[in-house]
Design a protein around this ligand. Structure first.
Ligand SMILES: Nc1ncnc2c1ncn2[C@@H]1O[C@H](COP(=O)(O)OP(=O)(O)OP(=O)(O)O)[C@@H](O)[C@H]1O
Ligand SMILES: [Mg+2]
Length: 415
């Protein structure tokens, strides 16, 4: 029986061995150590694709069911099962499909059976304790269904902390902040060679907390502020004797691509058909029509995410998207992006302040601040911490694998 650590992420999953080495679990992906947490059920064929293969096939075909961000549904009581190709899949079945593929790929890469797993979970799945427990129970069930015989959980930022601890030569009080796609997690923890030997590290955690702000929300703000006008925001249409603005309930659904399918409800479809000739901005309604009818939401959000990622290094970029009647070439500066993202940054700031207050720790008492997760690469996120704690105290490592690395190390210490 061999052990591993598995970080099941909202957008990327990773696996590491007790040595901390992250395994190449998706060999055809642009970054083989990252397994995209997505599934694709093509319409006609019986296969189920996962990871990079799912994305490639979905972009080719656009029919069938593409499933993303399942982790985000784990706490939700409203998601019980979904019907795919005439079969009912419970949420844990979908998660299990992913975890099984990940396990099999990890075993191939490691050259051994991996049946003991230390699985990450966010510090808070949900502020509601019942929903939080539901999420963990479902994740446990999914891991068992995926063929793991022994499953233990570790909070993701604690795992990231253990990865950072491996680099320390003296004991420190560390604030670990992990900014993912779905959530941001913070943990204040005592780390160092003097403490690393203990199996149960709960006593070293001074405080932890989290907030449901992650990269997906930053993407949504780009959509809201820069792209909605391409789909009719600000336009109106005539009906009988008056003019009506395009309803907000339609525009609101465009902020995340998986909500877009709800626009296909009959009443909304009828309204869009009407607006196609009654709008004062017909090209925008045509773009809206094609976005929904041709299922372009995922591709559009990829373009948005790519622009956001470019803004982590460039001062200005363009969101480019040119499919069907959706033609977008929208310039976007980093300064604009930061203005849109201000409420999210305030959310991260207040979560940090709240944690320090709860821990009764003055900022000066913190030796270092370890930033990880893909969204830690957003310059304004980093700046938030640089302004508060000083650039000198900030530490980083591989933003995408440190959680898995810590989970792997912890799995090794436990087995
Ligand atoms: N260079 C970059 N600049 C800004 N954002 C980035 C960059 N690279 C990746 N991201 C964002 O990081 C997020 C993915 O990070 P990560 O893999 O840490 O998340 P995750 O572990 O899947 O999510 P979670 O921990 O919330 O479950 C995505 O939202 C992605 O857009
Ligand atoms: Mg993560």
């Amino acid at each position: 029986m061999a052990a591993c650590g598995l970080d099941f992420g909202t957008s990327n999953s990773t696996v590491a061995l007790p040595s901390g080495e992250a395994l190449p679990i998706d060999p055809t992906a642009p970054s083989p150590r990252l397994f995209r947490s997505v599934l694709f059920f093509p319409e006609e064929v019986k296969t189920i694709l996962a990871g990079n293969a799912a994305i490639e096939e979905y972009l080719e075909r656009s029919d069938g069911r593409f499933i993303q961000s399942v982790k985000g549904w784990l706490p939700s009581a409203s998601f019980t099962a979904t019907q795919i190709r005439n079969k009912a899949y419970k949420l844990e079945d979908l998660v299990a499909l992913l975890l099984r593929r990940i396990r099999e790929q990890a075993e191939r890469a490691a050259g051994t059976t991996l049946d003991e797993v230390t699985l990450g979970r966010p510090a808070v799945f949900s502020p509601d304790p019942e929903a939080d427990a539901r999420a963990e129970t479902r994740l446990l069930r999914a891991a068992e269904l995926a063929g793991f015989r022994s499953v233990r959980f570790l909070i993701e930022p604690i795992a990231a902390a253990l990865a950072y601890e491996a680099t320390l030569t003296r004991d420190e009080l560390v604030l670990v902040a992990d900014f993912g796609a779905g959530t941001s997690d913070l943990t204040l923890m005592r780390l160092g060679p003097g403490r690393g030997g203990a199996r149960d590290r709960r006593a070293d955690v001074v405080a932890s907390g989290g907030v449901d702000i992650g990269g997906d929300r930053f993407d949504a703000e780009i959509m809201r502020h820069k792209l909605l006008r391409h789909f009719g925001a600000g336009s109106s249409y005539h009906t009988f004797d008056k003019r009506m603005p395009i309803p907000n309930h339609i525009l609101g659904k465009l902020l995340s691509w998986h909500e877009m399918s709800f626009i296909r409800e009959r009443a909304t479809q009828k309204l869009i058909d009407h607006m196609l000739h009654a709008s004062d901005n017909v090209p925008a309604i045509e773009a809206l029509f094609d976005l929904v009818e041709e299922n372009l939401g995922y591709r559009l959000f990829r373009a948005i995410e790519a622009a956001k990622i470019r803004l982590s290094t460039d001062d200005a970029t363009t969101v480019d998207f040119d499919e069907a009647r959706v033609q977008i070439h929208e310039p976007l500066t980093r300064r604009e992006f930061e203005t849109f993202a201000a409420p999210l940054l305030e959310g991260l700031e207040s979560c940090t302040s709240e944690l320090l207050t709860r821990a009764k720790v003055a900022p000066d008492a913190i030796d270092s601040v370890f930033l990880t997760g893909g969204s830690s690469q957003i310059p304004s996120v980093r700046r938030l911490f640089a302004d508060r704690f000083g650039e000198r105290r900030l530490r980083t490592a591989d933003a995408f694998t440190s959680v898995a690395e810590g989970l792997g190390r912890s799995a090794g210490a436990a087995s």
